[in-house]
Design a protein around this ligand. Structure first.
Ligand code: NAD
Ligand code: MLT
Length: 528
């Protein structure tokens, strides 16, 4: 199988070697195209690799009929419509680690340049002036640096600030006291960062919560003469509020690598002498560009080849240790979904999933997605996969309930899925048996022991002598070979079921003939 990969932004040639050398991949590097131009060709590709120039919009995605994965060579995925990708079942992966150091170094360079007014002095000298009075700076040593967002980059900035003898205050909702102590910094609330810092640098993603996180009110609460930095994403600091605060003299200076609208060529902030700026260069080093391209190329290959991958932005990734543990259960749970989809009549309203035994919270997420994938893929024409299964279920108004309990009634683990429709409910319970693999152990009210694979016939009947023989003879006379048979009943002479595994799928006529036998209540064909 050959996969087609489109690289639509310029990337490090060394970084994409893994893709170029892969024998099962054909790579096209077509950069600088408009959305309309990309829309014309995107339908041919299995994977799209971008930096930040390509805007992966809902519109573009609607034309990407083969697309399985979008790789972002970098951290921020704000140029990709994640909801649209998820709805379409397209995995989005990024390369979150490769440019951390470069961006932290860029931030630090900007802070030093800001403190010593290096860009302004450079420009003055280049313009023929030997001016030593206008560019008196401030030392970083002894000053307080406030960091908003102490993730990968924020942490690296903090380490460098410590080496420069700065006091570091950081705010991040996920910052633990232990991590702060280890770094020798203080974990504080946002207000404390704002009111106490001499330099404030933001390192959060741009989200609904962080858009204009630093606005008029926040700036008003800061020290007079504060310096602000944004090397994360344009829009975290409100640009108009910053402009006014610099004009008023409240803010002494700002260093910006990113802007709300990029490219930002004639931006009012750039007219202010207190503002130094770079055109989104945080990650623009040879090392970072190579690292992110290497990381994302490898990940794309794994997704295309159906191998375990990490760094998915729109799907919780399964760490390798968990993948090993889950392998059997993922298969089992998908088959349970698929089985229920085929035996259930009517629109599904509710899915109840009970996890019992050793399976923990960490495992439940992927297994639920897998059950829903099986359940929905039987009926939906749209592509259903792990990425969009949950979305598609919720979109159809299906209520999903998950429960977890310790006791699995003698099994190491037991997964029970009940599906409710307007016309009734069906249930299947399954486990993975050491040495035997996946097994259904309960179907509706009946205890069974069934390897969930191949062509099945699910017969509901009344427990009367001779029924099993009649079913066997009828199928034999129609040249259908029974490979295995499971029988279950609630009580003697009551309702009962037969689950037959047959060597080939039976025809409509075979099913019709079976259902007309005396004592047979219903016949359902199931393919697993
Ligand atoms: P990260 O995910 O490791 O860290 C982000 C941190 O922000 C997390 O710890 C998160 O808890 C914190 N956060 C989220 N919301 C917050 C809030 N409301 N208040 C405080 N903290 C909050 O990401 P990273 O790799 O460190 O990247 C940080 C930013 O830098 C991202 O926006 C990324 O896109 C940007 N970036 C820019 C460049 C560049 O070229 N300028 C390069 C790389 C990354
Ligand atoms: C990122 O999010 O990784 C950066 O903004 C760098 C880039 O766009 O390449």
């Amino acid at each position: 199988m050959t996969y087609k990969v489109l690289i639509s932004d310029p990337l490090s040639p060394d970084g994409i070697q893994a893709l170029l050398e892969a024998s099962d991949v054909e790579v096209d590097q077509i950069t600088g195209k408009t959305e309309a131009e990309l829309s014309e060709i995107i339908g041919e590709y299995d994977a799209l690799l971008v930096r930040s120039q390509t805007k992966v919009t809902r519109n573009l995605l609607s034309r990407a009929v083969r697309l399985k994965v979008i790789g972002r060579a970098g951290v921020g995925v704000d140029n990709i419509d994640l909801n649209a990708a998820t709805e379409q079942g397209v995995i989005v992966i990024n390369a979150p680690d490769g440019n951390t150091v470069s961006t932290a170094e860029h931030t630090f360079s900007m802070m030093m340049a800001l403190a010593r007014r290096i860009p302004q002095a450079y420009l003055s000298l280049k313009n023929g002036k030997w001016d030593r009075k206008s560019f008196v700076g401030v030392e970083l040593s002894g000053k307080t640096l406030g960091i908003v967002g102490l993730g990968r980059i924020g942490t690296e900035v903090a380490k460098r600030a410590k080496a420069f003898n700065m006091n570091v205050l950081a705010y991040d909702p996920y910052l633990t006291r232990e991590k702060a102590e280890k770094l020798g910094i203080a974990a504080v609330e946002l207000t404390e960062v704002l009111t106490k810092a001499d330099f404030i640098t933001v390192h959060t993603p741009l989200t609904k919560e962080t858009r204009h996180l630093i606005g008029k009110k926040e700036i008003r609460s800061m020290k007079d003469g504060v310096y602000l930095l944004n090397c994360a994403r344009g829009g975290i600091i409100d640009e108009m509020a910053l402009y006014e605060a610099i004009k008023e003299g409240k803010v002494a200076g700002a260093a910006l690598d990113v802007f709300e609208e990029e490219p930002a060529i004639h931006h009012p902030l750039l007219e202010l002498p207190q503002v130094i700026a770079t055109p989104h260069l945080g990650a623009s080093t040879v090392e970072a560009q190579e690292n992110v391209a290497i990381d994302v190329s490898k990940e794309i290959l794994k997704v295309l080849r159906n191998e375990p991958y990490k760094n998915s932005v729109n799907l919780p990734s399964i760490p390798p240790h968990l993948m090993k543990k889950l392998e059997n259960y993922l298969q089992l749970s998908e088959k349970m979904g698929l089985f229920l989809a085929q035996v259930t009549k009517g629109a599904i309203k509710e899915v109840e999933i009970a996890y019992a035994g050793e399976l923990g919270e960490e495992e439940m997420g992927p297994l639920t997605r897998s059950i829903l994938k099986g359940l929905l893929s039987h009926h939906l024409e749209a592509r259903v996969n792990y990425v969009n299964a949950l979305y598609l279920a919720k979109q159809r108004g299906i209520l999903i309930q998950e429960q977890k309990s310790e006791s699995a009634g003698g099994f190491a683990n037991l997964i029970t899925v009940k599906v409710k429709t307007d016309s009734g409910e069906h249930l299947v319970a399954g486990t993975s048996l050491n040495g035997y693999g996946a097994r259904f152990v309960k179907v509706d009210h009946y205890t069974v022991d069934l390897a969930p694979t191949g062509h099945l016939i699910y017969v509901r009947h009344f427990d009367k002598p001779g029924v099993i023989g009649r079913v066997g003879s009828l199928l034999g006379s129609r040249d259908v070979n029974i490979a295995s048979m499971q029988v279950g009943r609630t009580d003697q002479g009551g309702n009962a079921i037969m689950l037959l595994t047959v060597d080939k799928a039976i025809s409509d006529a075979d099913a019709e003939a079976l259902s007309t036998l005396p004592e047979i209540a219903s016949v359902t064909r199931v393919d697993l």
